[in-house]
Write a protein that binds this ligand. Structure first.
Ligand SMILES: CCCCCCCCCCCCC/C=C/C(=O)SCCNC(=O)CCNC(=O)[C@H](O)C(C)(C)COP(=O)(O)OP(=O)(O)OC[C@H]1O[C@@H](n2cnc3c(N)ncnc32)[C@H](O)[C@@H]1OP(=O)(O)O
Ligand SMILES: Cc1cc2nc3c(=O)[nH]c(=O)nc-3n(C[C@H](O)[C@H](O)[C@H](O)COP(=O)(O)OP(=O)(O)OC[C@H]3O[C@@H](n4cnc5c(N)ncnc54)[C@H](O)[C@@H]3O)c2cc1C
Length: 627
């Protein structure tokens, strides 16, 4: 996506900050901008580029942040509607629907979550009952809780959507399947008969995404509207099951992988804003005979911010690595080879939660590091937090995904104990869990994180087995142990994040100039040392670290902050975000934060006049005691 071309489109960037628009005006403005933006996107897209190339090209591209501070009502069209057609449609269905969707002849969304169910997909209640007489599916929302609730763009924007519904044939349920459903008339945009649509209301963020609700009243669609790549319903109502019922969950895995790269970008944006502001903001006078220092020179400020730079790099390296795995597994799935899907699912169930947990926390820390000005919406830190924290929940709520990963880890460990070989990212579980002397090296610390994961997984398996021996059902044992199951998944995820970041950097280090290699490896060192200190309890319990080693680690951490300080501004400048993309009074390249804060303040409609009409209507009578 050519940033210059996009950002030079007239009318695309807001003159009046959206914060001063009404809820309805914000939506209408976001539609106006979406149409402008997607016209350009469509005109500049290289049709010959593969999904793989396009995705990796866009990994660091967040030009949309310049246009939509709170995302676009079109976001589900590209991020889930099109990928689901690609992943779940037959060749014929792909041929027909991809053309219409890519040409923006139709606008789609992905409607899975219901008022009553989000996590538990097998509990979804929207019905798709097959009528062999008419060769149609009857879509119905039997109760309020079965209304689709949350899908982006569903309320007033999309005219088609992928509906995940429970398939019934002759009274028998055949599980959840994807259906292509037209929800609005293409000419009038009126909801079709038997379809109730609306928006779900104001939210913490995503307030220009037009998240909506959808209810069906016996709405009929033709048989060919079920996306039948993974399972089919024949004309006579015969159900042909797919090779794996979870293949219908493929779009979610795809988005979870993308979310890791998105967190890298969100965090990079926030730390660029906060760090640049910390370079121009001067405050206090620790040394009486010296001027107020840059707040960036306070080590506590460096502690708040430098880990965010390193974490953005770590998420980016892990995202690229995970995308390669995703893409190769998706090619294998296309040829019916499913055996690497569980590992991909488990990986995504670790890295999506950890990247969103860390990014959300660190973006908030970036905001807090800017004091009062960080609290201004014109700083664009609160909105960035809102976007990141949404990803904690959507595409699989984090706790639930960590428990999914734990399911795979427990199975792997139990299998290992029985002699079954471990493979891929879980192979290290077969490694030596007796720790060698702590050597404080980066590789040594990463190995300690692997030991922590091994020990946490093995001990939670022991807890599960003891509960079951005591007579608890597997389900009750699982629930009782679930806090430590998520902890075991987090430990595994940490080990993966650390080792992939290190190994991916090592691969790249050879081609870097010595100064660049030095500063990037300092970030790796900072990241590993930071997490060793964050998890010092686990290190003391499971690794061979001593209190003397901890003292050494703390000193090393402080030295690393000092070593990175001279390059800190250069490191965020290297993210190369244009001012329009940062969209922040505090983060602009020229450092004129105060002038920009004032310029933005003057855009408030309240500043258009010195005396607001409420003075004469209310205040004056009130102050004169006349109310
Ligand atoms: C280029 C850069 C671009 C950046 C853009 C990035 C951002 C993009 C943003 C897009 C906007 C997003 C808006 C949000 C959209 C949504 O939120 S859509 C709805 C998402 N909803 C979910 O994710 C629901 C989460 N719930 C689940 O996934 C499942 O219900 C569950 C939690 C996995 C549990 O399911 P259940 O059927 O109960 O499973 P179990 O009984 O536990 O058995 C699980 C077995 O199935 C396997 N499995 C489960 N899921 C998958 C999967 N997806 N793939 C493969 N396998 C799966 C699991 O491994 C278990 O297998 P066994 O252990 O062998 O039994
Ligand atoms: C900004 C945003 C955009 C979204 N966009 C879309 C969209 O476009 N399309 C769409 O279909 N959906 C969308 N969603 C919905 C999203 O996918 C769901 O919110 C998410 O899957 C969580 O489900 P839920 O909200 O029902 O929460 P629940 O699943 O009810 O979770 C609530 C709490 O219960 C806990 N819990 C639930 N199950 C378990 C369990 N088995 N074990 C332990 N704890 C459990 C969770 O950990 C959580 O703490 C969006 C959500 C948000 C916030």
């Amino acid at each position: 996506m050519d940033e210059q071309k996009v950002l030079s489109i007239k009318g695309l960037l807001d003159d009046t900050p959206e914060e001063y628009l009404s809820h309805k005006e914000k939506y209408e403005n976001s539609i106006r901008k979406s149409v402008l933006f997607y016209k350009t996107l469509h005109s500049t897209e290289d049709e010959n580029m593969s999904v793989d190339e396009k995705t990796k090209l866009n990994f660091r591209n967040i030009v949309t942040s310049a246009i939509f501070k709170d995302n676009s009502p079109f976001m589900l069209h590209n991020s889930m509607f099109i990928p689901t057609i690609m992943g779940q449609g037959t060749d014929e269905q792909r041929e027909y629907w991809m053309k219409r969707a890519k040409n923006m002849e139709i606008i789609g969304t992905y409607a899975q979550t219901e008022l009553g169910h989000g996590t538990f997909i097998r509990g979804l209640e929207t019905q798709a009952t097959y009528d062999p007489d008419t060769e149609e599916f009857v879509l119905h929302s039997p109760v309020l809780s079965s209304y689709k609730w949350w899908p982006g763009g569903l309320a007033h924007t999309a005219n088609y959507c992928i509906v995940m519904a429970r398939l019934y044939i002759k009274g028998k349920s055949h599980g959840i399947h994807p259906f292509m459903v037209q929800i609005r008339d293409e000419e009038t945009h009126m909801p079709l008969p038997g379809i109730k649509l609306g928006e779900i209301g104001a939210k913490l963020g995503f307030n220009t995404v037009n998240n909506g609700f959808l209810g069906f009243e016996n709405h009929r669609i033709s048989r060919d509207r079920m996306l039948m790549k993974n399972a089919q319903v024949l004309k006579d109502g015969t159900f042909v099951a797919g090779s794996n019922s979870k293949l219908t969950y493929g779009t979610m895995v795809y988005v979870r992988v993308l979310i890791v790269s998105n967190m890298a970008n969100m965090l990079a944006k926030a730390v660029t804003i906060a760090l640049r502001y910390s370079a121009i903001r001067r405050q206090s006078q620790p040394k009486p005979d010296e001027p107020e220092p840059q707040i960036l020179d306070y080590v506590t400020q460096q502690h708040k911010l430098f880990i965010a730079i390193a974490s953005s790099h770590a998420f980016y390296m892990n995202a690229m690595w995970l995308w390669e795995i995703y893409y190769s597994v998706s090619l294998q799935l296309a040829s019916g080879k499913l055996d690497n899907l569980p590992e991909l699912h488990a990986l995504a169930c670790c890295l999506k939660p950890l990247s969103t947990i860390d990014a959300t926390a660190m973006i908030e820390k970036c905001r807090l590091a800017c004091g009062g000005h960080g609290y201004m919406l014109s700083a664009n830190l609160a909105q960035t937090y809102g976007l990141a924290t949404a990803a904690y929940t959507y595409e699989g709520e984090n706790t639930v995904l960590l428990l999914q990963a734990a399911r795979s880890l427990v199975k792997a460990w139990v299998g290992h104990v029985k002699g079954r070989p471990l493979k891929g990212t879980m192979a290290y579980l077969a490694g030596d869990s007796t720790v060698k002397a702590w050597d404080g090296s980066i590789d040594g610390i990463i190995q300690s994180f692997k030991v922590v994961a091994i020990r946490k997984i093995s001990s939670v398996v022991k807890i599960l087995q003891d509960y079951e021996k005591s007579g608890l059902s597997p389900e009750d044992a699982w629930n009782k142990a679930s806090v430590f199951l998520t902890a075991a998944s987090e430990a595994h995820g940490r080990a993966v994040l650390l080792s992939v970041y290190k190994s991916e950097m090592d691969k790249r280090a050879a081609v870097l100039s010595p100064p660049l290699r030095k500063v990037l490896l300092q970030l790796v060192d900072l990241y590993v040392t930071y997490w060793a200190l964050e998890k010092v309890g686990d290190m003391l319990l499971y690794a061979s670290i001593t209190d003397k080693d901890v003292d050494e680690l703390q000193r090393r951490y402080i030295e690393l902050l000092a070593a990175i300080r001279p390059n800190a501004v250069g490191l965020v400048d290297a993210f190369d975000f244009r001012d329009e993309i940062l969209n922040s009074t505090l983060g602009a390249y020229d450092g004129r934060a105060y002038e920009r804060l004032m310029e933005e303040a003057m855009k408030s409609p309240l500043n258009a006049e010195p005396v607001n009409q409420t003075f004469h209507k209310y205040l004056k009578p009130f102050m004169r005691g006349k109310l």
